[in-house]
Design a protein around this ligand. Structure first.
Ligand code: S3P
Length: 184
């Protein structure tokens, strides 16, 4: 007998793209969503590291942010062409209007939003984010947050992550997408 979850999985014929500021939990939530939907999971940062054979930190250091953004956009285009995947993206992918348009046109986009205080707690001490490896960590994070906050608003679904586990967030997204976008 096909239970409800399996039935939804069979009909889950959409791509979901997760966007959001660094530290909002896109990768963890994306993996959980992939399990729930039965779709393949991709993560732009992990793929860029594989493609370049080095860490995001080193790419920024050796080749610069502009180079990173070029690969990120190229990869995004390729991944969106795959259809029916769960894709977690780097926090800065939305800086490009073209990327935002591509995501909007080819997927159900989901923005994860966290408060600056939660982000400060989550990101403090992270060695993996080149844009935050500067003095005045908090000041710098808040500045970037304020510059970027509206860039996530294009998403079809906006989810607050405050006081929620990754599992709860994944379930919330799954339920919303199933209700609003899938004809079962
Ligand atoms: C970036 C976010 C990072 C990574 C790179 C740049 C950004 O991804 O792509 O360090 O500009 O916000 P996460 O959002 O997964 O940390």
């Amino acid at each position: 007998m096909i239970n409800n979850l399996k039935k939804n999985q069979l009909h889950f014929n959409k791509t979901i793209v997760l966007v959001g500021f660094m530290g909002t939990g896109k990768t963890t939530v994306g993996r959980l969503l992939a399990k729930k939907t039965g779709l393949a999971f991709y993560d732009t940062d992990a793929l860029i590291e594989d493609l370049e054979g080095t860490s995001i930190n080193d790419i920024f250091l050796e080749k610069g942010e502009e180079y990173f953004r070029l690969i990120e956009s190229k990869l995004l285009r390729e991944l969106l062409a795959k259809k029916q995947i769960i894709l977690s993206t780097g926090g800065g992918i939305v800086k490009s209007q073209e990327n935002r348009d591509m995501i909007k046109a080819s997927s159900i986009s989901v923005a994860l939003k966290s408060s600056p205080n939660s982000l400060i707690k989550r990101l403090k001490g992270s060695q993996k984010r080149p844009l935050l490896q500067k003095e005045n960590f908090e000041e710098n994070l808040i500045k970037l947050y304020n510059q970027r906050i509206n860039l996530y608003d294009f998403a079809d679904i906006i989810i607050s992550t405050e006081r929620k586990t990754a599992q709860k967030i994944a379930t919330e997204i799954y339920d919303k997408v199933t209700r609003q976008y899938l004809k079962l």
